[in-house]
Design a protein around this ligand. Sequence first.
Ligand code: SAH
Length: 406
Amino acid sequence: MNDSLPSVVTSQTYPVLRLKPHEDRRVGAGHLWIFSNEIDTKQTRMADLPPGGFVSVQSDRGKFLGFAYCNPHSLIAARIISRHAAFAPGPSLIVHRLRVALALRERFYAAPYYRLVHGESDELPGLVVDRFGDTLVVQIGALGMEVQKEAIVAGLEKVIKPKNIVFKNDSGARDLEGLPKYVEAAIGDVPEELEIIEDGATFRAPLATGQKTGWFYDQAANRRSFLGLAKGAGRVLDVFSYVGGWGVQAARAGAEVVCVDSSAPALEAATRNGERNGVTVQTRKGDAFDVLEQLHAEREKFDVVIVDPPAFIKRRKDAPKGEAAYKRINQLAMQLLPRDGLLVSCSCSYHLEPSALIDGIQKAGRHLGRFVQVIANGGQSPDHPTHPAIPETRYLKAFLCRVTHD
Ligand code: SAH
């Protein structure tokens, strides 16, 4: 502790992380992150900051701003976990946050299939928990949360009482925090497959080899509303289908469905998911850009084409290339529509503004001489709340467009 700084009255004192003048504005506006260049390193003893441990964050004038966990070696040097001097960080704060997060989901979901914790938006920065009934899949993206693993497991046991708690800590984001990658069970075991119930359909998705936590709950609301609007569609093409989240629901609504993905295991799972729900989905394996060109060469037509790709823009510097890829894939999709068809176009790239996606769709339409009307747009499902002060928490865009000939 630096003796010259006023200390905060709590049962425990934490090392002080002092910000440079004016660098308290973003945190004051509600953001939770502190970047390394915002720290007053003359007044903060960097050597005292415990990697992954808690600190007390203060403005340049010594005003208490919150408790945070820190990672002195990361660009995001600290993330606020509590703004109240009376709410010290630790196991009981985690239990409190989990209870508040659960209350939101229980308000909007009838069954226990949802994202239980969405990181910063649930005031648990760096922590994601997806719930698959009795199985919880946890993803940690920050050193401070990794240090809290035991408290997280204990908190989840207390609040949810699940059978399995699995850490699926294998995302690339962990490199930035200097964290190793692994998949392991903290409670119970690592099930091979997860079961999901969504809108009356039952799905299974691989866990260890699956994408993200195994399922894309963020799209559930869009699947429901867009497919509701597209009811009665004859032929549906589900591009980047993964295990058939969109395609199987379209088939249940009566459509003839083809799923496209580059992953054979994902398509095998999509086929089984169809069977599980008493419908058939056909599959085409390959790079989506190539498959869509082939389908066009074969003069295939689909009344609805769904384009739900992985993030083409992972870092800001990839934006120009990524925007071109979004335009290209939407153009290829549009070519497969009849004279009056529907395009569902999505992007989970935070670095792509909604207007930029629409712009790409419109340019693709102009290129092909098609008239585009935006019928509906969507964002993340309610279990992925966005934090108004943290734009990074708002990443998903989905548009339902009608495409006709000029
Ligand atoms: N639409 C899915 C989620 C898509 S995840 C859902 O709602 O659940 C992205 C999928 O794209 C993954 O299954 C991945 O295997 C696939 N993929 C990634 N790059 C691809 C490419 N170039 N061509 C085809 N599929 C690709």
